[in-house]
Unconditional design. Structure first.
Length: 212
């Protein structure tokens, strides 16, 4: 039985761990405010996730590079749902860069080309707040009204709002877990405040579509 949403982990070199918790499972939630936030170092789940990830990359013989691992917390502890040799999708790479100053795509390219990645151990965060990345809801149709970055930036603790959809755009009916009209990055003091800010975003965000 899954007790909590999935947790995503990425690393540059096998010892540079970044842990994020999804707001909710992604499948079936394209019209919700999905996303994730970086777990604070004092979270009781951090050590267990780090150990499981290290065991996975050791078993696979991965000496360096970037991985994206997702685990589920069950009654019997954490189990791996997937692991792949790439950075995570959505706004996760940018969130990690905002929190730690590490560009996982740069690390991915450097290690793939045999160059030094410049990181091989723990990296101190650049900020004390928790950085979250929020994928804005999406639904099929022609966009007749949608929020602007300036409107979304009025929510407290917003670091940046990026819109990838404009009025007049047609959103396909073929949606997937990474479908979104834009990304909002937050920096909040704790996970409870992240949830509150996402709720405030939901009251500000507007997306109106018409049938194509």
């Amino acid at each position: 039985m899954v007790l909590k949403p999935a947790l995503g982990t990425g690393c540059g070199q096998s010892r540079l761990h970044r842990r994020l918790r999804y707001f909710m499972p992604l499948l079936g939630h394209t019209d919700d405010f999905t996303g994730s936030y970086l777990l604070p170092e004092d979270s009781p789940d951090v050590a267990a996730i780090r150990a499981l990830h290290q065991a996975a990359v050791d078993a696979l013989g991965l000496a360096n590079g970037v991985t994206h691992m997702e685990v589920f917390k069950t009654c019997d502890g954490f189990v791996i749902g997937e692991i792949s040799c790439r950075p995570a999708g959505g706004g996760i790479v940018d969130a990690v860069k905002m929190q730690y100053g590490v560009d996982l795509w740069r690390v991915f390219m450097d290690t793939a080309l045999g160059r030094s990645a410049g990181v091989s151990g723990p990296v101190a965060p650049l900020r004390s707040e928790i950085v979250a990345n929020c994928d804005l809801p999406v639904r099929p149709g022609r966009v007749v009204r949608i929020s602007t970055p300036e409107e979304l930036a009025k929510v407290p603790d917003v670091l940046e709002a990026r819109m990838s959809t404009r009025v007049g755009d047609v959103i396909s009916s073929r949606l997937h877990s990474a479908s979104t009209t834009g990304l909002v990055f937050l920096a909040a003091a704790d996970p409870q405040l992240v949830a509150k800010r996402v709720e405030e975003l939901s009251r500000v965000y507007v997306l109106e579509v018409e049938p194509v």
